[in-house]
Design a protein around this ligand. Structure first.
Ligand code: ATP
Ligand code: MG
Length: 487
């Protein structure tokens, strides 16, 4: 006999008041309705951070059922209808509820446009991506709480297996994004992809090219946000999808050896850094910075006699590569991208501060350049230590602890982290009675430099004096009636 979840567990999965309303609608409109997909999967898994969206399949009158359900809720949510797809959705108290009419759907080999017609529940379940995402619980009062699992998804859930309900060739060629979703779910849930399914991903890897970048990036970000993203990157690599969607990361793979000297595999190092960062922070963009921190190592790699492998300037070149990669992946080109760029550019700087004779001005400069992202930068640097030698790791961590102390001391003393010029352009124009001009920029820059160098303190009086001295060199005189005021 086929395994079923405990009746009590099933009832608990549909205990939310929303389901009571949907059951009523299902009964009154005489259409069978089911909750399917991620919601059922996560409920049976008892996931800590379960899927917040609810997917409802209705056999006929899907849009009407959505409208009627929304009408019976207080307050009534606004329903968005996608007539062409036969779907409707609304948001109720942070939950997104999607209604779909059961459909039969097939895609032609040369097109992404599906042909859609009415279907049964099983038709709907068949065209879902994985067996664990094809579990359904009935909501109509006549069969309330009945578990419907035609592809043994429950068994796969217990064995932690990702498997397609149909022949994987068919499932993946209908929508190649599902290959990436397989890896995403394996990473998020810590599941294994069943062999035949995995082989089909490898064989169909090139078909990912027909999928839109936005859909790909949504899945990539979910892999990045998983507790251990490296799982996903190893699977991406083994399936051949990495080379297709992230060629720059694929280029980090491998070791070269010359005169008995080998450099480390930058790909394996990178995904370890990513895992290390993931343990400390769930900031998606810090994770992207970890993924991209060594992206320019292949392009800057050199073998230097008597020294070994070097990657000079990979921090600078890497930061230059970030916008191109973000644009291609349709990631935001705003301050998030700039943040990633900044962290890539600065990721070696704290190492330079670990030497004993580091000057205060070097510390001030880093604080100035990193600004409020200094803490994230330090997290990245600490995550960047991936040596297997525990003594070395300890030593490096201790060095960074000292750097953190220096940063703290200097910031308390000089407050340059959110540097605001103590003398403004307006001040300069008034003092010397000059119009807006390049001179103002030159003076402001000179003051900033003097503060960062430690020639003067970050203080208005000192900066004002310094401004007058520097202006004199440029042949500027203080406006007569001002001399007394500012002394
Ligand atoms: P989560 O919301 O946690 O990311 P989920 O399983 O709910 O996980 P969604 O993308 O919200 O994933 O999709 C909801 C359900 O719709 C899935 O469980 C699956 O049954 C089905 N589904 C989504 N995308 C696809 C697809 N590309 N091919 C087939 N079925 C899909
Ligand atoms: Mg979902």
């Amino acid at each position: 006999m086929k395994d079923k979840p405990d009746k009590k567990i099933l009832e608990k999965c549909i205990a939310h008041p929303l389901f009571r309303v949907i059951s009523g609608v299902s009964s009154d409109l005489s259409v069978p309705a089911y909750v399917v997909g991620g919601y059922v999967r996560d409920c049976l898994l008892g996931r800590d951070n379960p899927s917040q969206d609810i997917d409802i399949v209705v056999l006929g009158k899907g849009i009407e059922a959505a409208r009627e359900t929304a009408r019976r809720l207080k307050p009534s949510p606004r329903v968005s209808v996608f007539k062409n797809f036969g779907t409707a959705m609304f948001r109720y108290k942070d939950i997104e509820v999607d209604f779909v009419g059961a459909r039969r759907e097939s895609y032609r080999q040369d097109s992404r446009k599906p042909v859609v017609e009415d279907g049964t529940l099983e038709d709907d379940q068949k065209r879902r991506d994985f067996t664990i995402n094809a579990l359904a619980i009935a909501l109509h009062p006549d069969e309330h709480g009945t578990f419907i699992d035609p592809f043994d998804g429950l068994e796969d859930l217990r064995k932690k297996i990702i498997r397609t309900p149909l022949d994987p060739k068919v499932t993946f060629s209908d929508d190649p994004l599902r290959m990436l979703r397989a890896i995403r779910f394996a990473t998020q849930l810590d599941f294994r992809i069943e062999e035949e399914t995995f082989r089909a991903i490898y064989r169909n890897r090139r078909r990912i090219r027909i999928v839109s970048m936005e859909r790909i990036t949504t899945e990539l970000n979910k892999i990045m946000l998983a507790p251990r993203p490296s799982t996903g990157f190893l699977l991406l690599d083994r399936s051949g999808l990495l080379e297709e969607i992230l060629p720059e990361i694929h280029a980090l793979k491998g070791i070269e050896k010359r005169k008995g000297m080998a450099h480390k595999d930058v790909f394996l190092h990178t995904i370890q850094v990513l895992d290390n960062v993931a343990k400390k922070s769930d900031n998606l963009w810090l994770r992207w910075a970890a993924l991209l921190h060594d992206i320019a190592k292949p392009a800057t790699k050199k073998f230097v006699e008597g020294q070994g492998w070097t990657f000079h300037g990979h921090d600078f070149l890497g930061s230059k590569m970030v916008p191109r990669i973000f644009r291609r992946l349709k990631l935001p080109m705003n301050e998030k991208m700039k943040y990633v760029q900044k962290l890539v550019a600065l990721h070696l700087r704290p190492i330079a501060l670990t030497t004993n004779e580091v000057s205060d001005s070097a510390v001030r400069r880093l604080l100035f350049e990193a600004g409020d992202d200094i803490e994230d930068l330090m997290l990245l640097c600490e995550a960047d230590i991936t040596s297997k030698n525990e003594k070395k790791v300890k030593k490096h961590l201790e060095n960074f602890r000292v750097v953190r102390e220096k940063l703290k001391t200097i910031e308390e003393k000089d407050a340059v982290r959110n540097f605001q010029p103590p003398v403004t352009g307006e001040d300069i124009m008034q003092t010397f009675d000059i119009p807006p001009s390049r001179t103002i920029g030159i003076l402001k820059e000179a003051i900033k430099e003097a503060i960062l160098e430690g020639t003067i303190h970050n203080d208005r009086q000192e900066a004002y004096q310094y401004m007058i001295e520097q202006a004199k060199k440029l042949g500027l005189e203080v406006k007569k009636n001002l001399i007394k005021e500012e002394g």
